[in-house]
Design a protein. Structure first.
Length: 287
């Protein structure tokens, strides 16, 4: 017993260890939980994951640090797991078709063929029409019309559209289906001009929806109502329809293609007719 303890009649108490001095209370005192993460950080983690599904914990953490937030990779992981985003993504996952289109929209074009029967000298002759669409602008161009299209005809068209000033100038990809007319020579001719072809899976018209929609429009609005008797007549009708389609028709697509008039209700309303009134559009006459 120490002199101090003996003097007051009390037993000696051992000096508390540094650990006990830091954590007063019972020996079962729990360590404090993890710091609460701000809602701003949680929202950013979820946003980054939603907009970039292939990003992992480290990539998201690095962007948050870059943006001035202090956060660890484990915290990012916990936030994602708590919001049902599962484990790290499979980085071998292939890009979806929708992601591919969105990433390459301004360098993409698509092409397709459709048939139309002409009454030539009392006989029904089937003609094929090849067309292409610039997906960024919805501009359509008729590339060729022929009753018996073949490989050499398609190859010549490939050269025409990939030349300087051709329809595919500035494009990097051309989408087409698996029709046998799209030969290896057709694809290689385009590839030599740095235009890669993207061949669609079998029986997947939904992946070429813009081309399918144009075929439906040109047939329902125009070709189904006419009896044509020559290739030249068909070419003329298609050229008239494209004038209407590009400059007069009201669209539901990008920017509605034609600009709305902003003169209010002033000016006389005039009607523009094409193909004998089959195609009509209405505009206000400039004051």
């Amino acid at each position: 017993m120490s002199q101090r303890g003996a003097a007051f009649g009390q037993p000696h108490q051992p000096t508390p260890s540094p650990r006990h001095r830091r954590n007063p209370g019972s020996k079962n005192c729990k360590h404090p939980g993890r710091l609460k993460v701000s809602q701003e950080i949680i929202d950013l983690v979820i946003r980054f994951k939603q907009e970039n599904p292939r990003w992992g914990y480290t990539r998201i953490r690095d962007y948050l640090v870059y943006l001035g937030h202090k956060i660890g990779e484990t915290t990012v992981k916990n936030i994602l797991l708590e919001n049902d985003y599962g484990p790290e993504p499979d980085l071998t996952r292939k890009t979806t078709w929708k992601e591919f289109l969105r990433s390459h929209w301004h360098v993409l074009a698509t092409c397709d063929l459709f048939s139309i029967e002409l009454s030539v000298k009392g006989k029904l002759i089937r003609y094929m029409v090849l067309f292409a669409i610039d997906l960024a602008t919805r501009k359509v161009e008729i590339l060729g019309v022929h009753p018996q299209p073949n490989g050499p005809w398609m190859e010549q068209i490939a050269r025409n559209v990939s030349d300087e000033g051709g329809f595919l100038a500035g494009k990097k990809y051309l989408i087409h289906d698996r029709d046998s007319l799209y030969t290896e020579k057709f694809d290689s001719t385009l590839k030599a001009a740095r235009v890669n072809t993207v061949r669609l899976p079998p029986r997947s018209p939904n992946l070429n929806a813009h081309a399918e929609r144009f075929v439906r429009s040109v047939k329902e609005e125009c070709l189904d109502h006419l009896i044509l008797s020559s290739g030249d007549q068909l070419r003329y009708v298609l050229s008239e329809y494209l004038q209407y389609y590009h400059h007069e028709r009201i669209h539901q697509g990008i920017h509605k293609i034609i600009e709305p008039q902003h003169d209010g209700n002033r000016g006389e309303i005039i009607c523009i007719e094409r193909l004998g009134g089959l195609l009509r559009s209405y505009h206000r006459k400039a004051a």
